[in-house]
Design a protein around this ligand. Structure first.
Ligand code: BGC
Length: 749
């Protein structure tokens, strides 16, 4: 163990400065003279990309073989934090086996636009869902004695110009959409590290943003671990250190410790600030060093089996007119290059060197006899697509049912760039049309990390299976779902629109001139589609099953009090499996504020539960909503506020299949902070404010200004402007008196 207090005394300034940067790409800095070892950190969220020794960025070089679990957009669709906990435990075991102390994940940024090239690495367009899933995986990994790095904090929602772009986001939107998943995982699971983003947030680089790093993350959320930079996200070393960044990765060669030492000597960095950063790094090294001594291995077969189970649970059945599950004796044909050459993960820093890869074709052939195959299309453009199509038509025509796999080629989505459209490749769609003309019994399987437009697919698919980038065991998992050995239970963690233009970020994504304005504010994903009454192809939370479910008897019970911060609602329903197959349903609870002083989303996910039920079985399910589920971030009061009035609690199977109950919430009315620049109307609509103004006016000449008709006309003027104009008995001195008196009596939170 390290004695951190003693070390802080014994370390020289140069050693301390060195500790606040890594020593190389994947290692913290050792101080051999004092027995401080280096620890290794490596990507990534859904499998390890460990490069012991020296490494490189962005998955260019090799890494140790590791299990490639389903990517985040896949596994999020399972809506199952427990599954993530199990994956986390397996990841920790693999990390221990290669002496890796911190896994650089999960990525929990919001899917602001379907175009973000890294959406496959992120969970959802909804902060509540992303937060719950993040807690699952972080707890799973850290229970195995290995750390996590929750990333990328904050507002890193695009790849375009990602190292420089300034994300301009109002505070309420940050608080309600872009920060809550971080807040939740920090308060519930204390990740060992949080990784700051490359981009700027409201004019300041995330790595130098004291408001983000210190005020919000450290002081408000209570983060206790290390704030580490994304790889190369430190642009100004000393301001970053002062803003709260503990560890720069990797070191800026020839610049890093030197500039910190110079700043300490010049008095720009107080000694206690440097000590605070070093303390965090030493605490991290202390937690991470036990893995250096271990001699462990992992059971690759068992982890592959878990990857298969997870991939199967991640699959979302979007359409099924009865063709699935496939009959055991069905004469099937398999079409699509992706069935033979699986696409199962995304490119960039999260790219895993898998222990093995299963293809759907092999998996189906292992069960069904004589499965003919045709590629149907080429991936990447050099193939003779016309010839491939002709062969696919012939193969399809001779089968009872066709399983056709289509999806996004690796070159279409990756870390490092954004998509410019949501279309599937034209040659694949053409192949689908040709195949469906030859045999209309087509089951389409989609492999893609980000959502794709489905208007040209649905008419040609009797069944549609969204399999995402399901990791190395996806082939077997898809076969399990097609054959009905697994009853699909995935639900969309992001909406699928009809058109890219329907998405609320469309006008402002990805920005230009190094600026992106989050003009849609809170209204990303379903919040945007719902607010604009926009029809979507498949709504948030949607997913079919081979059985049927009924959600009945919704009941809501209020408890606690808003004034005391203890308010909550218990929502209970009965869930019944009304079909003939065992299965799982995801009960989803949304909250909407009917009458509010600010614009609010129509509904927001605030609770869910995944319920497994045998055919014919029923179960009562209770979901707790806490006070925060009803609150908005008040820019005026600079805090979370629950307003009195009616709220709709909607419960059901997806965001557009809900039954509602209304609850009436009692809550104190918060005094609006009034000052000299508040308008006449604001003063007159506050009871105390009105009384004070009226008293003051009565003391002087009776003023026409307080007549209701006139208030309508000049009410939007600040009081200070009216005082300038004269003509009312409230001159500047009187206004000062009124303001002071109001402040004395007000309870401003
Ligand atoms: C990525 C991070 C990753 C890091 C190290 C960066 O480019 O944005 O997600 O953890 O590289 O590979």
């Amino acid at each position: 163990m390290l004695d951190v207090d003693r070390l802080l005394i014994e370390l020289t300034v140069a050693e301390k400065a060195a500790l606040t940067s890594g020593s190389s790409f994947w290692y913290t800095a050792p101080v051999e003279r004092l027995g401080i070892p280096r620890i290794m950190v490596s990507d990534g969220p859904h499998g390890l990309r460990a490069q012991p020794g020296e490494g490189d960025h962005l998955g260019l070089g090799g890494s140790v073989p590791a299990t490639c679990f389903p990517t985040a957009s896949a596994v999020a669709s399972a809506w199952n934090p427990e599954l993530l906990r199990r994956i986390g435990r397996a990841l920790a075991q693999e990390a221990r086996a290669c002496h890796l102390s911190v896994i650089l994940g999960p990525g929990i940024n919001m899917k602001r636009s379907p175009l973000c090239g890294r959406n496959f690495e992120y969970f959802s367009e909804d902060p509540y869902l992303a937060g719950e899933l993040a807690v699952g995986i972080v707890e799973g990994i850290q229970s195995g004695g290995v750390g996590t790095s929750v990333k990328h904090y904050a507002a890193n929602n695009q790849e375009t110009d990602r190292l420089r772009v300034d994300a301009q986001v109002d505070e309420r939107t940050l608080r309600e959409i872009y920060l809550p998943a971080f807040e939740r995982v920090v308060t519930a699971a204390q990740p060992w590290t949080v990784m700051c983003a490359y981009n700027k947030v409201n004019g300041r680089s995330a790595s130098e943003n004291a408001w983000l790093l210190t005020t919000v993350l450290r002081e408000e959320f209570g983060f206790e671990g290390v704030i580490v930079s994304d790889w190369g996200a430190v642009y100004h070393r000393v301001p970053a250190l002062l803003a709260g960044l503990d560890l720069e990765m990797p070191p800026a060669l020839g610049r890093s410790p030197e500039s910190v030492v110079a700043a300490v000597e010049a008095g720009e960095v107080p000694a206690d600030v440097l000590d605070a950063r070093v303390r965090k790094v030493l605490e991290l090294v202390a937690k991470g060093m036990p893995v250096l001594e271990l001699d462990e291995s992992f059971d690759a077969e068992a982890h592959h089996a878990l990857a298969r189970e997870a991939a199967a649970e991640s699959i979302v059945l979007l359409k099924n007119d009865g063709v699935l599950p496939l009959a055991a004796d069905a004469r099937i044909a398999v079409i699509g290059e992706f069935a033979r050459t699986p696409r199962f993960q995304g490119a960039g820093s999260s790219q895993v060197n898998p222990t093995r890869v299963d293809s759907l074709l092999d998996e189906l052939r292992a069960v069904h006899a004589d499965v003919p195959f045709a590629a149907g299309y080429g991936i990447g453009g050099t193939a003779d697509d016309a010839a491939l199509r002709a062969e696919a038509e012939r193969v399809a025509g001779a089968a009872d049912t066709v399983v056709m796999v289509i999806g996004l080629p690796a070159a279409d989505e990756s870390e490092g760039f954004d998509r410019t459209h949501m279309n599937l490749p034209a040659n694949q769609l053409e192949a689908l049309r040709a195949v469906a003309a030859a045999n209309p019994d087509v089951v389409v399987v989609l492999v893609n990390g980000s959502t794709v437009l489905l208007g040209d697919v649905v008419p040609y698919a009797r069944a549609l299976v969204e399999a995402w980038l399901g990791g190395q065991a996806a082939g077997g998992a898809i076969a399990d779902v097609l054959r009905g050995t697994v009853n699909p239970s995935g639900r969309l963690a992001e909406s699928i629109p009809h058109r890219l233009e329907d998405n609320s970020s469309y006008l402002n994504f990805p920005g230009d001139s190094h600026v992106v304005r989050y003009g849609e504010g809170l209204f990303i994903g379903y919040r945007g589609y719902d607010k604009c009454h926009q029809d979507v192809a498949y709504p948030f939370g949607f997913g079919l099953s081979y059985t049927s479910f009924e959600i009945s008897d919704p009941a809501v019970t209020i408890h606690g009090s808003v004034a005391e911060g203890t308010f909550g609602v218990t929502v209970s329903v009965t869930v019944s499996n009304t079909g003939t197959v065992d299965g799982a349903e995801v009960v989803q609870v949304y909250v909407g504020d009917v009458e509010s002083s600010v614009t609010r989303p129509v509904r927001e996910l605030k609770g869910f539960a995944k319920v497994r039920l045998a055919a014919g079985a029923s179960q009562e399910v209770s979901i707790e909503l806490d006070q925060r589920a009803f609150a908005f971030w008040s820019a005026r009061h600079r805090r979370w506020v629950v307003e009195a009035g009616d709220f709709v609690i909607a419960v059901g199977r997806h965001s557009r299949d809900l039954v509602s109950r209304t609850v009436t919430v009692e809550a104190p009315t918060l005094a609006a902070p009034l000052d000299r620049d508040s308008t006449l109307q604001e003063w007159m609509s506050d009871p105390a404010g009105r009384r004070l103004v009226e008293e003051e006016v009565r003391n002087g000449q009776p003023a026409a200004v307080l007549q209701d008709e006139l208030i309508q006309v000049i009410g939007t003027m600040p009081m200070s402007t009216l005082a300038n104009f004269g003509g009312m008995s409230l001159d500047h001195d009187a206004l000062d008196r009124v303001t002071e008196a109001w402040r004395k009596q007000a309870v401003i939170p």
